[in-house]
Design a protein around this ligand. Structure first.
Ligand SMILES: NC(=O)c1ccc[n+]([C@@H]2O[C@H](COP(=O)([O-])OP(=O)(O)OC[C@H]3O[C@@H](n4cnc5c(N)ncnc54)[C@H](O)[C@@H]3O)[C@@H](O)[C@H]2O)c1
Length: 438
């Protein structure tokens, strides 16, 4: 029997310069049966070859079926080469020759244009909206890490591209892996089935000692741009501050519990312990109260300070009971439930499961798009940062429609990033009541 997927692939590959009408091409990509036989190769490109990008590529290459990593891109050659060395353990599933290694700010375009079927986007999140928009415009399936944006204009760009991705029947996964974790899935199902009644309050925390130390000094960097790119976590335009980078996971769970997003927030925070100038311009603690459309509240904290109370967790309180959501347990009156994995089932790694689920959707051509949830959870974090930096109450709509665009207009190694230090290498720290954050 002839394999229709093979002939379609051959057709698509040889037809790019042929006189196919745009409508025919659109129809082909809409039908997207390319992987229906389940044995066709899915070519993967990786953009952003750091810790998570390398991990995501490893997971993509560990999915069932024929998968190959065929192109890689990074701002820095050393990151790319380190990542490739690690991934080579996958043998002939890694087929990245020198002509498919791309370095610099435009590497994402070169990876996406190199003939891949799916692209993994795992740079610092400031770049995500631009990279995602381009991938979707070129008809690529996407796995992108969280957050998917760090400001209002970025979230709007992602939401627009999500719509286009749905029209093109592209599959989009977002690295909010709790949605692929069995204990969370079972707990959320019970909450949604009414186990604790109406949820009237939630709490969530990402309180821990912090992340990696700055990687290079100003003396080692050839330019301010290179300095900030290497130390990206500490700069707003690249990272969005740690409420976006880490706490998004807990805020995402709260939105999942409520099956919606907040409508308003207010809060406070600052920089109390991580104050050295090498820690750029970000805060080390945020405390935000969010209100949802039904009047219920979410009390949220995130803190990067050592030697204090730490917790990375989420809780929901309802009219009939309470849930330790991250502990996967529910108490309602005398009834207690906690998730127990069947001993015969191996504990599943949500980082792997999210790729298994995405690749299965591509091969079976079933609807799969986590982009809108990713954008809403990202905006929840952005909203929290806006209320804390500004010291004001801010609505969801104000955050979404904000014109505070944190991205630089020009990207090159000698162009200026949006914030620059003074002569003593100190950065301006956002000040509530003064900083325009919305
Ligand atoms: N889902 C999770 O649990 C999880 C865990 C860790 C990280 N992440 C996310 O993954 C993303 C990356 O984090 P990481 O820990 O891998 O950081 P990292 O610093 O280890 O890697 C980032 C890589 O992107 C490269 N890069 C920077 N700008 C680029 C550009 N414009 N084009 C191409 N490459 C560029 C860097 O050189 C670096 O190699 C972040 O958004 C982070 O939040 C998610």
């Amino acid at each position: 029997m002839s394999d229709p997927t093979q002939s379609r692939r051959g057709f698509l590959q040889t037809s790019t310069t042929a006189a196919l009408s745009a409508a025919t091409i659109a129809q082909l990509s809409l039908s997207s049966g390319l992987y229906a036989a389940g044995d066709d190769v899915i070519k993967v490109g990786l953009v952003g070859c750091g810790g998570r990008g390398t991990g995501a590529a490893d997971q993509a290459l560990s999915t069932v079926g024929n998968v190959k990593l065929t192109a890689m891109g990074d701002a820095f050659a050393d990151s790319l080469n380190n990542s490739l060395r690690g991934l080579n353990k996958h043998g002939d599933r890694v087929a990245v020759d020198d002509s498919h290694k791309f370095v610099g700010f435009d590497a994402y375009k070169q990876v996406i244009d190199s003939g891949v079927d799916l692209v993994i986007l795992a740079t610092p999140p400031g770049f995500r909206p631009t990279h995602f928009e381009y991938a979707v415009s070129k008809g690529k399936n996407v796995f992108m890490e969280k957050p998917v944006a760090v400001d209002g204009p970025g979230v709007r760009k992602v939401l627009e591209a999500v719509k286009v991705a749905k029209e093109k029947n592209l599959k989009v996964g977002v690295g909010l892996q709790r949605h692929h974790q069995d204990g969370y899935l079972e707990t959320l199902k019970r909450i949604h089935d009414g186990a604790i009644g109406d949820v009237i309050a939630m709490r969530c925390y990402w309180n821990n000692p912090g992340v990696w130390e700055p990687r290079i000094s100003h003396e080692q960097a050839k330019s301010e741009m290179e300095y900030q790119m290497k130390n990206w976590y500490y700069y707003l335009w690249l990272c969005g501050d740690h409420i976006c980078e880490q706490h998004i996971h807990n805020l995402d769970v709260a939105n999942w519990v409520k099956q919606g997003h907040p409508v308003m927030a207010r809060g406070m925070g600052g920089r109390q312990v991580r104050v050295d100038k090498r820690y750029g311009e970000i805060y080390d603690h945020f405390a935000v109260e969010y209100q949802y459309a039904d009047g219920s509240w979410l009390f949220s904290q995130c803190r990067h300070q050592p030697n204090v109370w730490n917790s990375v967790s989420e809780y929901a309180h309802g009219t009939k009971g309470n849930s330790d959501v991250s502990g996967n347990s529910i108490t309602a009156g005398s009834e207690k439930w906690s998730f127990r994995r069947d001993k015969s089932i191996k504990r599943s790694d949500p980082y792997q499961v999210e790729h298994d689920d995405l690749f299965r959707a591509i091969r079976n051509n079933t609807p799969y798009n986590e982009g809108e949830n990713g954008a809403n959870s990202s905006l929840t974090a952005v909203l929290g940062r806006m209320v804390v930096y500004s010291g004001k109450e801010v609505t969801w709509e104000e955050a979404l429609n904000s014109n505070v665009d944190t991205m630089p207009k020009n990207l090159s190694w000698d162009s200026d990033p949006p914030t620059k230090p003074n002569a003593n290498f100190e950065y301006q720290i956002p000040t509530p009541g003064i900083t325009k954050a919305v």
